[in-house]
Design a protein around this ligand. Structure first.
Ligand code: BV8
Ligand code: ZN
Length: 333
């Protein structure tokens, strides 16, 4: 599966590349980075694409008939918890078997060089790869929580950092059996997931993980689904960081920046006069980062390759991560 395959082969029309006024000069960017006292980053699925993880909007292979946004909702879980669990168990399995790439390591090193006041990374990703690249925890805010947190669907029980794979005997990720179960599910759930009343659940409820606290509630992935609020403490910490000084530069890395409130942080930074620097394989859909000016930057390419290059001036060559201490994958392609 190519690194930028997506969960849902996007049906978007092939849009012509947009004319951008933004600069593509690495040396100009590095001068701005060096002189920037406060840098904010918003990261999305494209940062992990080179680690082999499909981006959010796309599902190659077995998930091609499902839109991730239709599975990432409380309604989808109510309708067919087994199907939603298969989707997340699959992503847990893929993330656990993936490795951080040089883009993750470059951002972690930038955080160490700039310090807590100087750099904050807001990640929309739930794959845990930034954490495994030793990104300083105080400078990494997980806007949509993590694949490895679990919650009860009925009571306040929460479990953090559960990395077991399989999480449950019914959720063993054997691609053949999942494909069989998914095609059965897509036959029963003819309508879109969000309003299907699946007659036969993909997995019988009593064969799904249940809450160890209340015993009756179903465990669910501890991620933020659509129409769910983001973690309050995380939002408060982000507001405190943003409120403690002007932002000079905002990096927008591997994201369509169309999901809110995550995407709004680019606008917050831009309103404060920050320059925007986009790193993306495809500059046609940049959401809240879409109107780049001549003072901004646009680097088209694989984040795993572009980030070490453009941040190199500040973070150094990152040699120790190339096959040495870290296991950074250099970008593919
Ligand atoms: C909320 C976790 C309120 C789950 C996710 C109308 C207008 C505006 C807003 C709304 C609206 N209607 C509803 C809303 C709110 C809604 C929203 O924004 N909807 C959108 C669709 C319009 N937001 C919410 O519901 C949020 N909650 O508002 O709550 C509230 C308040 C109080 C009480 C109750 C409710 C919650 C949103 C969180 C949803 N969860 N993820 C999971 O992952 O399963 S969102 C998910 O999609 C991601 O986390 C990410 O945030 C988002 C987009 O994903 P991307 O990371 O950008 O990935 P994508 O595939 O889209 O793009 C990949 C990019 O990478 C592309 O640009 C590609 O070119 C690039 N790329 C690919 N390869 C590479 C690369 N770049 C570089 N290198 C490469 N190699
Ligand atoms: Zn419970």
């Amino acid at each position: 599966m190519s690194s930028s395959t997506s969960f849902h082969q996007s049906s978007r029309q092939q849009k012509p590349p947009k004319r951008s006024w933004a600069s593509t000069s690495v040396s100009d960017f590095q001068a701005v980075l060096k002189s920037s006292k406060r840098v904010l980053a918003l990261c999305g699925a494209g940062l992990s694409a080179s680690s082999g993880l499909e981006t959010f909007r796309g599902a190659g292979g077995m998930w091609r008939n499902y839109k991730a946004s239709a599975l990432a909702t409380p309604e989808a879980f109510e309708n067919d918890p087994g199907l939603v669990w298969l989707f997340y168990a699959y992503r847990r399995h893929k993330a656990l078997n993936a490795k951080p790439n040089m883009g993750h390591y470059a951002l972690a090193e930038l955080a160490r060089r700039k310090g807590e006041e100087g750099f904050m990374c807001l990640s929309q990703n739930i794959d845990g790869l930034s954490q495994r690249a030793n990104h300083p925890a105080a400078q990494l805010k997980l806007l949509h929580s993590s694949l490895f947190d679990l919650k009860c669907f009925s009571c306040p029980y929460i479990e953090k950092d559960n990395f077991s794979d399989p999480l449950h005997p019914s959720l063993i990720i054997d691609e053949a059996s999942i494909t069989a179960r998914l095609s059965a599910a897509s036959k029963t759930n003819k309508k879109s997931l969000s309003n299907s009343t699946s007659k036969s659940p993909t997995i019988p409820i009593d064969e799904l993980p249940h809450c160890p606290a209340c015993k009756t509630g179903l465990l669910r992935p501890g991620v933020v689904w659509f129409d769910e609020s983001l973690p309050k403490q995380t939002l408060t910490e982000i507001d405190q960081w943003i409120g403690s000084g002007l932002i000079d530069l905002c990096l927008v890395i591997g994201t369509t920046a169309q999901v809110y409130p995550a995407a709004s942080y680019v606008q917050v930074a831009s309103k404060e006069g920050a320059r925007i620097a986009v790193v993306n394989m495809d500059s046609r859909e940049l959401g809240s980062a879409g109107s780049l000016r001549s003072v901004d930057f646009l680097f088209e390419g694989d984040a795993a390759r572009v980030l070490p290059d453009i941040l190199g001036g500040v973070v150094g060559g990152l040699e120790e991560f190339c096959g040495g201490g870290g296991d950074g994958e250099r970008g593919s392609g």
